[in-house]
Design a protein around this ligand. Structure first.
Ligand code: HEM
Length: 322
């Protein structure tokens, strides 16, 4: 097992400013096209499945390298959770998709990444431990092509990467979308893109605690959560997975998993969603902004994908009047 290291660094491409302008343009267009069809909503992760409120308890006795920002002191925070399908469409939950777990931690006080102070820290996680592409460029190219439908998106992959590369990327995409999903109560979630924990770099993860309760289960992933939360609480451990070195835990290649066996992982908090009717928080979560780039300076987002997301989320928030 390697030790946590503060030896991470970010790389900024010379043409990044032009690329970020393109990110805003592509995300804005995607959102306009889809909002025309489905009504006002997010550019991605449009379909909200479940919203819930609960608490995050930051644990006592954490090691020094974990004790920064939100995790500097033990305590309890209120949270708002939005569970979603990842795509820009409103489609049936049984269709393959990335699943999103957005967590807004409230009752926070500290210097914000955007300047001034902030009262919250958001963690946006998906049911994958790596992204579909190393940086946002390939992703944004694909989104641009796929805005008018899945077929142009697929054709774009072959045009941009040739027959072999196109097929490889298509396979990666289908593997990610088709990954078996055991429901939000039984799956791990991961921020995939790194962020700071003080001077360290980490990925943040959620791990369900214990076995999900064995009550009657519907096959629909939203219904499943509704049924579970109607009868009792659900718990997850919030973990920090630490950067060790560029080869093992790359900052700038989001398509790589950070291997568990070689990285220190610290459980820093316990998320609890108590028994509740989930519709109570639905309206609040739908209009809320969950944003990985607007939290505590101690948890500043890292890497190219995060810089592109800063622009993308701002554009999407503007487009839906958030
Ligand atoms: C790499 C890891 C990524 C993760 C873990 C992630 C996760 C998420 C999650 C969980 C949401 C739903 C937030 C909510 O419920 O309000 C979301 C929304 C969104 N994501 Fe990402 N995402 C990633 C990358 C990207 C990239 C590369 C882009 C574009 C360049 C992007 C664009 C968006 C947009 C536009 C939204 C909607 C924002 C809003 O209107 O509130 N994401 N993402």
């Amino acid at each position: 097992m390697k030790q946590p290291s503060i030896g991470w660094c970010e790389q900024i491409a010379p043409d990044e400013e032009a690329h970020l302008a393109r990110v805003a343009e592509v995300i804005g267009k995607l959102q306009r096209v889809k909002s025309k069809k489905f009504g006002t909503g997010r550019a991605l992760h449009r379909k909200q499945l479940v919203a819930a409120t609960g608490t995050l308890e930051v644990l006592d006795g954490l090691p020094d390298h974990a004790r920064h920002g939100l995790f500097a002191r033990p305590g309890r925070h209120r949270v708002l959770v939005r569970l979603s399908n990842g795509g820009p469409d409103v489609q049936a939950n049984r269709l393959p998709d990335i699943r999103g777990f957005a967590l807004k931690v409230l009752d926070v006080a500290g210097e914000s990444t955007l300047g001034g102070t902030t009262d919250h820290q958001d963690f946006l996680m998906i049911n994958q431990d790596h992204f579909s592409s190393p940086d946002s460029r390939e992703f944004v190219d694909f989104i641009e092509a796929a805005t008018s439908g899945p077929l142009p998106g697929i054709l774009h992959l072959f045009k941009a990467h040739g027959p072999v590369g196109g097929f490889a990327r298509l396979r990666t995409l289908f593997t990610a979308l088709g990954k078996k999903f055991n429901g939000f109560a039984g799956e791990r979630f991961n921020t995939v893109s790194p962020l700071c924990c003080g001077p360290y770099a980490v990925r943040v993860r959620l791990k369900p605690v214990g076995s999900p309760p064995p009550q009657a289960r519907s096959k629909d992933i939203a219904e499943d959560m509704r049924e579970r939360l109607a009868v009792g609480p659900l718990h997850w451990d919030l973990e920090l997975q630490f950067f060790v070195d560029e080869a093992t835990t790359p900052i700038e290649d989001a398509s790589r998993s950070w291997p568990d066996a070689e990285t220190p992982v610290v459980t820093v908090a316990r998320l609890t969603l108590p028994q509740q009717g989930v519709d109570a928080a639905a309206a609040e979560a739908e209009v809320a902004s969950f944003d990985p780039c607007a939290g505590l300076a101690a948890h500043r987002p890292l890497g190219e994908v995060m810089r592109a997301r800063k622009v993308a989320y701002f554009e999407s928030q503007k487009g839906r009047g958030a």
